[in-house]
Structure formats: structure tokens, C-alpha cells
Design a protein around this ligand. Structure first.
Ligand code: GLC
Length: 530
């Protein structure tokens, strides 16, 4: 097998910079803090790190409201420090992806300040301005992504028109129908690629293609405010051409569409995205048949060369350990099983910071709520050290953290877990090492097996190995009732259950998985990859 491109080999780790590590004691994470914890990333064997936005921003949406696309917010550090971070990462063989937010800027971006200043301003048409409806209301029925915001339009008193915002009113949508906007945003892509950035996560990509006629959603069988063909794909192809001016760069799209037929369209033709975040997968219940159906559906729908990317957590969604908890404490075990699932599926795993610690959502008292869309619990700062030793900031900060930490920081912090071979962190490190050393996991073929109800089982073959992964999604023990695979001897490379004994040889027909346990097995007769 030829060596796969870097972005297919291993995990992409998402850093939410505000909550990763605070280097200057102001309670908000920053680049200095991040640079002191790169050993943590190396120990996880990550291929790349994706940084949520660090650009100058009034922080109405915590950085997703960008006021300057080509600089660093002083809260996070300086452009020099970002260059330093990129160099540090590259020195460790870790690539760096930045978060590019093309759909909207901040309302404080100089472009928008000019645009709203007068109807005659040359930048007026850089955003989407319209007259109100005859009844005095907004121009059409489009709604903001955030329920609390309501209509996607805000009336501007000074110039008497409405502007479009698919998110908060502080995030006006750029007008991509205007070639000058497109050219300016391409310059942003080139600015970062010229600085050595390896790729971009494209924020809210599904919003980039809208019906140019801004027709109403109501009464139509197709939404007009997103995923509008052919605009969406033509636009993306032009973006890809800019990325392809540089060698070996990667575009990962946030394609927030809950229909895989529409998601795979963004991967089609080899001239759009390299990878798409698949939210159909993220929204699945803890159910073996559901996971199998969605992965197989993706493989069926996507072109043979399309590469899957799997993720179960990010800064916008309740954490795995909380979301999948059955109310009886199954969350931690399921978070561990999910880590194996992501690592062993064919495709690139994305890991959201803190999921390697099995963090649950933090409890946010009403007077500490800061996000308009209820996303504070999954954004709580990482606990690095036991509060009993490092103080209430748990090694995240010496100041007051911008959001409360998880309650169990004492037990869940990275330092404690690193010292415990049975911890979630130790497990995720082992998974990272296995993936990094296994051609079979990186690029082998994949086939699901019927393994009885509640058990998700699949084979990976290729390279020098033959691996079997199995996850028991039931709350009781389950034997492997494998059909389509002769009974064989196998060696357990790894189990996600801390109570499982040392890895060793088993007969497949005798293997019993504990509740929410996942295992990775090397099938007999094949050498383990080196
Ligand atoms: C994406 C981001 C989210 C942000 C939104 C608007 O969905 O992940 O955090 O609020 O885009 O930029």
C-alpha cells in the first residue's frame, strides 16, 4: 500500500484556545499556554491540531466573530507567537489547521463598519442588505441558527435597511455574490498558507451557498438559506483551487447538514473538500445498528476516493461522556468506547480537547452563562493538575477561569490520569500509538460483521494485519456472535475496560464483552504491524 497523505494517518485534535491553557493568568487560555502543553499532544500521537479562531474579535461568539482575518487577538497573544506555535508543532511532526470563518465577519470588522456607514459606501454590497417587507418586517422568513436570536435580519436605523446574519446580529453575513468579497477572502487563505499553516477548517460551509434571490424557506421543499446548488459547490471548487496553489494543504469543512446525501456532495469530484465533518454521525444515539447504518450509508453514497472523517464531539455539542450517559453512570465507559470507535473506523478521527480525559459537561450556574446558544458546559477549561495541589484553577490558570471547571477536576485532571495506566488518558494515548503504527488502521479496507444485537463489529484488513474491532453498546455483557468469520484465535491488543485483564490470546467464540466495552483484536495468523 502506498503511504496515505498525512491527514488520513491519524487524529486531528481540536483545541478551543480559550479553554486549553492560560499562560498569562487572565483566566482565558492563550497561545503561550498552549505552547507549554505540546507534550500532551505528542503523547496522544496526533497528526494535526485544529485551533478554533484566535483572530482579533469582540468575542460576541467567542472568536467566530472575526474583526481581522490576518492577525491574532491580544487576548490570545501575537502573530509572532502564532508563528512560534506553528514552528513548535512542525518540529514535533504535528500539522496546524486554523479555523477560517468565511460566511460572516464581526460587525466591528472595518469592512462592515464601512458597509453600514452609508448606502453609497463602496463596501455597502460586501454584506447582504435589503429593504424590509411591505409590512415593515424583515425582508424574508430566514431564521438565525441560534433559536434565541430569532430572525436572521437586523434593522439598521441609520441607513433604513436590514442586514442578514445567519448567527448573531454581531456576525453579519458576507456577500459572496460580490467578486471583491471572494477575492478578499482568498487573500486570507493565501495569507495563512504563506505562513506555513497546513490546512483550514471551514466554518459553517453549508451557509456559503444561499439562494441569490433570497427567496423564502416557507412553502419550498428546499431551504433557500443554505446548501444552495449549484452556488455552494461552484464556490467551494474555487476555494479549493486557491488551496491547491499550495502543496499538501487540506480543507476540512463544517458541513452542518443532517442528510449524508448532501454531505457527500461536498466531497465529490476530488476538487472540493478533503474531509467533511459529519453531523449525522455526531447526532446518533448509543445504538450499534445506527452506527453501522450511518457508516455504511456514507460508504455507499460517497465516491470511492472520498475520505471519511468521524467525530463525536466539538465545542458546540454536549460532551460524549454526558450525552451518552444513560443516567446510571455509563458516560465514562461510553466515552472510552467511543475513542476506540473513532480510532478504528476507516477515516480520520477528530478529537475535541478534553475528550481524551473523558470530561463530562461542566455545570454552569445561571450567573456564569455567557453563550447565547447554551454551549458553555462543553467549553469548560481543561483541568491540568489537581486543585488540591494547583489551586482552584487546576493548572489551567492562576487567575479566575472564564468558565467554571468540571466538578471532578481533582480526579479527571491530566496529571492524575497520566500517572494511572487504567485512565482514559492512558487509553487514548495507547489508541493514538496503535493508529500511528498501524498501516491497517490508517488505510486498510473495512467490512462490518454481524455480531449479534448491540455489538458493532468490523474488520480492517490491509498492510500486514487483520484487525477486528468490536464495541458492545448494551448495558449488559454480550458474547460475540460472529457470522461470516470462522472462529479463530485472536490476541486482544487493547480493551477499553479498565477491569479487563492484561491483553492476551482468546478464542473469538468465547470472548464476552462487558457493558460498553470495546476491544481491538489482532486476528491469528497475521503479524501485528510495526
Ligand atoms: C460554527 C462554529 C460555532 C459558531 C458558528 C458561527 O458552527 O462551530 O461555534 O458559533 O459556526 O460561526
Amino acid at each position: 500500500m502506498s503511504s496515505p497523505p498525512w491527514w488520513q494517518r491519524g487524529t486531528v485534535y481540536q483545541v478551543y484556545p480559550r479553554s486549553f491553557a492560560d499562560g498569562d493568568g487572565d483566566g482565558v487560555g492563550d497561545l503561550r499556554g498552549l505552547r507549554t502543553h505540546l507534550d500532551h499532544l505528542s503523547a496522544l500521537h496526533v497528526q494535526a491540531v485544529w485551533l478554533s479562531p484566535v483572530f482579533p474579535s469582540p468575542m460576541a461568539d467567542f472568536g467566530y466573530d472575526v474583526a481581522d482575518y490576518c492577525d491574532v487577538d491580544p487576548l490570545f497573544g501575537t502573530l509572532d507567537e502564532l508563528d512560534g506555535l506553528i514552528a513548535d508543532c512542525h518540529g514535533r511532526g504535528i500539522r496546524v489547521l486554523l479555523d477560517w470563518v468565511p460566511n460572516h465577519s464581526s460587525d466591528r470588522h472595518p469592512w462592515f463598519l464601512a458597509s453600514r456607514s452609508s448606502r453609497a459606501d463602496p463596501r455597502r454590497d460586501w454584506y447582504v442588505w435589503r429593504d424590509g417587507a411591505p409590512d415593515g418586517g424583515p425582508p424574508n422568513d430566514w431564521r438565525s441558527e441560534f433559536a434565541a436570536v430569532g430572525p436572521a435580519w437586523t434593522h439598521d436605523e441609520a441607513t433604513g435597511q436590514w442586514y442578514l446574519h445567519s448567527y448573531t446580529p454581531q456576525q453579519p453575513d458576507l456577500n459572496w455574490e460580490n467578486p471583491d468579497v471572494e477575492a478578499a477572502m482568498y487573500d486570507v487563505v493565501r495569507f495563512w498558507f504563506d505562513r506555513g499553516v497546513d490546512g483550514l477548517r471551514v466554518d459553517a460551509l453549508q451557509r456559503l451557498g444561499k439562494d441569490p434571490l433570497l427567496r423564502a424557506n416557507a412553502g419550498s421543499d428546499r431551504r433557500h438559506d443554505q446548501d444552495w446548488e449549484p452556488v455552494a459547490h461552484e464556490r467551494l471548487r474555487r476555494i479549493r483551487r486557491v488551496a491547491d496553489e499550495y502543496p499538501d494543504r487540506v480543507l476540512v469543512g463544517e458541513v452542518y447538514l443532517l442528510d449524508q446525501r448532501r454531505v457527500v456532495d461536498y466531497l465529490a469530484g476530488g476538487d472540493q473538500l478533503h474531509m467533511a465533518h459529519n453531523f449525522v454521525f455526531l447526532h446518533l444515539p448509543w445504538d450499534a445498528a445506527a452506527f453501522r447504518r450511518v457508516v455504511e450509508e456514507f460508504e455507499d453514497l460517497a465516491e470511492p476516493d472520498a475520505w471519511p472523517a468521524w467525530f463525536l464531539g466539538n465545542h458546540d455539542h454536549s460532551r460524549i461522556a454526558t450525552r451518552y450517559d444513560d443516567g446510571r453512570g455509563s458516560g465514562p465507559a461510553r466515552a472510552r468506547a467511543a475513542a476506540l470507535l473513532l480510532t478504528a473506523l476507516r477515516g480520520t478521527p477528530f478529537l475535541y480537547q478534553g475528550d481524551e480525559l473523558g470530561l463530562p459537561d461542566a455545570e454552569i450556574p445561571p450567573d456564569r452563562v455567557v453563550d447565547v446558544d447554551g454551549r458553555d458546559p462543553e467549553r469548560a477549561p481543561l483541568p491540568w493538575r489537581p486543585p488540591s495541589v494547583a489551586g482552584p484553577g487546576a493548572g489551567f490558570t492562576t487567575g479566575t477561569p472564564w468558565l467554571p471547571l468540571v466538578r471532578d477536576a481533582e480526579e479527571l485532571c491530566a496529571e492524575r490520569q497520566a500517572a494511572d495506566p487504567a485512565s482514559t488518558l492512558s487509553l487514548v494515548r495507547r489508541l493514538g500509538a496503535l493508529r500511528a503504527g498501524s498501516e491497517t488502521l490508517q488505510s486498510g479496507d473495512q467490512r462490518f460483521l454481524d455480531a449479534g444485537p448491540d455489538v458493532l463489529a468490523w474488520l480492517r484488513t490491509g498492510g500486514s494485519g487483520r484487525l477486528l474491532a468490536a464495541v458492545n453498546l448494551a448495558s449488559g455483557p454480550r458474547g460475540l456472535q460472529l457470522r461470516g468469520l470462522p472462529d479463530a484465535e485472536a490476541s486482544v491488543l487493547l480493551s477499553t475496560d479498565p477491569a479487563a485483564g492484561a491483553p492476551g490470546r482468546v478464542s473469538l467464540s468465547e470472548l464476552v464483552l462487558r457493558p460498553d466495552e470495546a476491544v481491538l483484536l489482532q486476528l491469528a495468523g497475521t503479524a501485528q504491524d510495526s
